[in-house]
Design a protein around this ligand. Structure first.
Ligand code: UD1
Ligand code: CA
Length: 453
């Protein structure tokens, strides 16, 4: 196997995005466009050479990869000129794989097939047949079906414009051949640029057979130039992914209203209702139900648990047979046990909630450790922050916290302790006892309501 040099062109401005972010850093599903291209090239064992220009520093900083050879193209004088900038760093006996930072959905398997052909013949091109080929370079073939040239939209005559097979731009070429052709490029075209596509005609004149791969899926080679195309491809990516999930048994009420920006693993009989968004890496056990409008990020949910509508869960774990929501918020590092309940309008942060414990209504639980069988009444809050430091609240097994209690941390509530409703607790409460802090109730007999004058 020769060395593979992926050359990713990413120097263009992408002005049609009308964005302060360079085009190749726009987000598709869970990654930037450029990251998608890199991740398609990496399984091939390719060296990465990335040509940058517009927003070069931003692009470089956004990609965490020590191994990239970043090459600056100061002026964007065409795709051929862009590849020329990399050639001093390329070994003659390697194979170059030309990729585009704005063609993000290309799949490794397609590239691998293209490379095999290039290793055989020296030159392989990826094309696709489109009903509407407008804007793309057209593939010209001779009577024997051999590729002889690529004609750009702006340079094509009437009959050439009718060709439906177009150049995806993606090609694999032996470096020694590529170098020779690039040295001879001339800006003889309507845009005055050095076109990479002109090397096809040169190879043909040189009697090098140009093999072709015709890509079956137009989405794979779709170029992204504006927000419309970005949204269109996002839907295609999501649809492909949810089709695979459903084929593997995930229940999805409406695949058009399901988004997973990352990875998702799931057991049997899970059901996802509409408008659920998964981000990062998530894991569902068997028989997990997720009701509408939930956002779930980097979390793990155990068997038979139910996430009710409008809940948000982030960097957390949930045991089995547990109910969350509706309208619950689990902030990072929340760990909820089995057979537990987090009810409506409850916020939990960096806390563990033991098995069978319940926090059912309108509470804030932060920096806390709750044991098993704890019952937290409505409107209980942990006062975990003194304005500078965060403090711990510990509630031991079987404790019962009466409604509307404030637990001023650091504080420990003992095993099977009961806290009377409406208490402000700032000292530890012992095991098994009732503790309360409450002003004596009074009734003033002589009092009269003020009246308007
Ligand atoms: C190019 C092809 C066309 C093909 C189409 C597929 C050429 C001459 N034409 O046209 O046949 O159908 O892609 O999408 O190659 N870039 C640089 N430096 C430059 C110019 C471009 O890095 O000087 C980068 C751009 O950022 C972009 C890519 O190369 O990622 C393609 O350039 P673009 O100008 O969009 O080429 P097209 O006109 O779309
Ligand atoms: Ca383009």
């Amino acid at each position: 196997m020769p060395t593979i040099n992926a050359i990713i062109l990413a120097a263009g401005e992408g002005s049609r995005m009308k964005s302060n972010t360079p085009k190749v850093l726009q987000q598709l599903s869970d990654k930037t466009l450029l990251r998608h291209v890199i991740d398609a090239a990496l399984p091939l064992g390719a060296n990465l050479n990335i040509v940058i220009g517009h927003g070069a520093e931003l692009v470089k900083n956004a990609i965490e990869n020590q191994g990239v050879n970043w090459v600056i193209q100061k002026e964007q004088l065409g795709t051929g000129h862009a590849v020329q900038q990399v050639m001093p760093d390329i070994d003659d006996d390697s194979v170059c794989l030309i990729l585009y930072g704005d063609v993000p959905f290309i799949q490794s398997a397609t590239l691998s097939a293209l490379l095999s052909k290039a290793i055989e013949t020296g030159f392989a091109l990826l094309s696709v047949v489109l009903a509407n080929p407008f804007g793309y370079g057209r593939i010209k073939r001779n009577a024997e079906g051999q590729i002889v040239a690529i004609v750009e939209q702006k340079d094509a005559n009437k009959s050439e414009l009718e060709i439906n097979e177009i150049n995806t731009g993606i090609m694999a070429v032996k470096a020694s051949l590529l170098r020779g052709y690039l040295d001879n490029l001339k800006p003889n075209n309507s845009q005055g640029e050095l076109y990479l596509t002109d090397i096809v005609e040169m190879a043909n004149a040189n009697n090098v057979t140009i093999s072709s791969c015709i890509c079956d899926h137009a989405a794979e080679v779709m170029g992204i130039n504006d927000k419309n195309q970005l949204a269109e491809l996002e839907r295609l990516v999501q649809q492909k992914q949810v089709d695979e999930f459903m084929a593997n048994g995930l229940g999805v009420k409406d695949p058009a209203r399901f988004d997973c920006r990352g990875t998702l693993s799931f057991g049997k009989d899970c059901v996802i209702d509409i408008n659920v968004v998964f981000e990062g890496d998530n894991e569902l056990g068997d028989n997990v139900t997720i009701s509408p409008n939930c956002i779930i990020k980097n979390s793990k949910i155990g068997d038979n648990s139910e996430i009710k509508a409008n809940s948000m869960i982030e960097d957390s774990t949930i045991g089995s047979n547990t109910a969350i929501g509706p309208f619950a918020r689990l902030r990072p590092e929340s760990h909820i046990g089995n057979n537990a309940k987090i009810g409506n309008f409850v916020e939990v942060k960096k806390s563990t909630i033991g098995n069978t414990s319940k926090v059912s209504h309108l509470s804030y639980v932060g920096d806390s450790a709750l044991g098993e069988g704890v019952n937290v009444g409505a409107g209980v809050i942990t006062c975990n922050y003194d304005g500078v430091n965060k403090h711990q609240t510990i509630i031991k097994d079987g404790a019962f916290i009466g409604s509307n209690t404030q637990l001023i941390a650091p504080v420990t509530i003992g095993k099977n302790a009961t806290i009377g409703a409406g208490s402000t607790i700032n000292r530890d409460a012992p095991d098994e006892k009732l503790t309360l802090s409450r002003n004596k109730q009074a009734t003033l007999s002589g009092w009269k309501r003020p009246t308007k004058k």
